[in-house]
Design a protein around this ligand. Structure first.
Ligand code: NAG
Ligand code: NAG
Ligand code: NAG
Ligand code: NAG
Length: 152
């Protein structure tokens, strides 16, 4: 893994860890998650990211330092909206968009580089981590919701 790939992986994992504490607290008002609304919001967050990526010179399309701010905006937007709508974060709908964006924008990044040292590999391993974290968080959420309702 090169330095950019490492940073990206850390960025991802840090983003998720940052949010665990917040979401697994026992909230008295467990909102109903509207996935239709979440899909619409994700289209908006993703649309912003796509615009930014389209403006990026192709030479830099695989360079982490050039797209990190757009990427950060996307994750921040996704997070804010899931919380606003009452969906826990990370949510499978959000994860689906992250994977979609990965396929659309970074699937080419393998081609010009050493195959053992690619952004593509990082993304794939990151997405695996993401899926595991989401599954664990979903279980934690379900458990805490059940506990919360039993307490009342
Ligand atoms: C979910 O969100 C959509 C789009 O904003 C809205 O049309 C729909 O009525 C909402 N459904 C519920 C159950 O709140
Ligand atoms: C993009 O890369 C090509 C080939 O290395 C180079 O000739 C060109 O100047 C680069 N363009 C920019 C904007 O960096
Ligand atoms: C998300 O919320 C945080 C905290 O309220 C805010 O600083 C940030 O700008 C928001 N991000 C987006 C993309 O709206
Ligand atoms: C992938 O590479 C091909 C050929 O270089 C190019 O035409 C295409 O636009 C690239 N796709 C993305 C998503 O950058």
């Amino acid at each position: 893994m090169d330095i950019n790939a490492r940073k990206l992986l850390l960025f991802f994992v840090a983003g998720f860890l940052e949010n665990i504490e917040l979401k697994v607290t026992c909230s008295p008002h467990v909102l109903e998650c509207n996935t239709t609304a979440l899909h619409l919001e994700m289209e908006e967050c993703g649309g912003h990211f796509k615009t930014e990526m389209a403006e990026l010179h192709p030479n830099y399309s695989c360079d982490f330092t050039h797209f990190i701010s757009a990427y950060h905006y996307f994750t921040s937007c996704a997070e804010n909206n899931s919380v606003k709508i009452g969906c826990f974060w990370p949510h499978p709908v959000v994860e689906h968009y992250i994977i979609l964006i990965h396929k659309q924008f970074f699937s080419n990044c393998t081609k010009n580089k050493d195959p053992s040292d690619t952004l593509e590999d990082t993304f794939n391993s990151t997405i695996n981590i993401l899926i595991i974290v989401t599954v664990l968080l979903t279980l934690a959420m379900v458990t805490s919701v059940v506990c919360c309702s039993k307490q009342r």
